[in-house]
Design a protein around this ligand. Sequence first.
Ligand code: DGJ
Length: 347
Amino acid sequence: MKTLLSAAAVIVALALPGQTVHAAPAQAATSITPSALWLDDRGEHINAHGGGITKVGDTWYWFGEYRPKNAVPGRRYVSCYSSKDLMNWTFRGLPIDMTAPENIGPNWVLERPKVFYNARTKKFVMYMHIDGPLDPNETNPHMAYKLARIGVAVSDKMTGPYTYLRSFRPLGQESRDIGQFIDDDGTAYLIFEARPTKGFFIARLSDDYLDVVEETAFIQAPIEGGALVHHDGLYYLLGSGLTGWRTNPNKYATAKSLKGPWSEFRDIAPPETNTYQSQSTLLLKVVGSKQTTIVFMGDQWKPDSQWDSRYLWMPLEIGKGKLWLPEPHEWSIDVKRGTVSFPTKKP
Ligand code: DGJ
């Protein structure tokens, strides 16, 4: 029986696009090491780039761009992983596995998926950056970012499958990199970069989360990869510069209200490190019994071998209007207490 079960597990694993099967990790992870290979429960490097996190109960779900080595031409995927400690992640499948919607053509783009759970409708709503060339037959990859839309998909279950509904330009604006934010009162917001405006928006979702209905703030700054957190009475907003896959010094601003006024943008790390070679994707708030920890989630892209792109997750030094990304180092978190430790860091 045991042999039969493990044979079945291998077959399921092999059936996933572009996957190679390694031996499962021998023991549970007790820390996170930025830039290292980060193995899931199957011993595979986690493949969830430009990610978002959704927490329900005591479980975090990590959604991201699934970029396998041997992707089927024209197909795009979103992966999902779950964890109860933020260090060990279980692969939960591909809630999105689809060809181009709305006749966008095979050279299309799906990036930065984010899932919101709507407690009122009990639906899981996924937003993603959907893009493609103006002409569906266009094959030049440089033309693949012309539609500048968001896509919406919905499911009754966190892990999907999700039903794709439609794509559109939120508030009529071009939209590329997106970010997600839920305020303390449960209101959900989408952050999106709108190149022609030379800035980006924080926009409120409708009560059922299926639409983007109201501009909360427009911030005139050349920022993408937008991420937002509310901490100790202040909103902290950060993002990267507009250099595409190449890294740059990510910056942050603060405000007492989401509507602003927002402060000037300041560096989150020594600018010469280019954010330690990473780009922001989310600020994750972990509220424990002893402490609240805000985790910077960044991507270390490898544009020519995306499946091997790495993650830079680090607890931030944050408070009283200051935010700082410490030099990346192995760290560990106790999610119940909200505390972090640095097992190998010399004093
Ligand atoms: C396009 C941006 O230019 C890149 O920096 C990166 O954010 C990707 N989108 C992936 O989301």
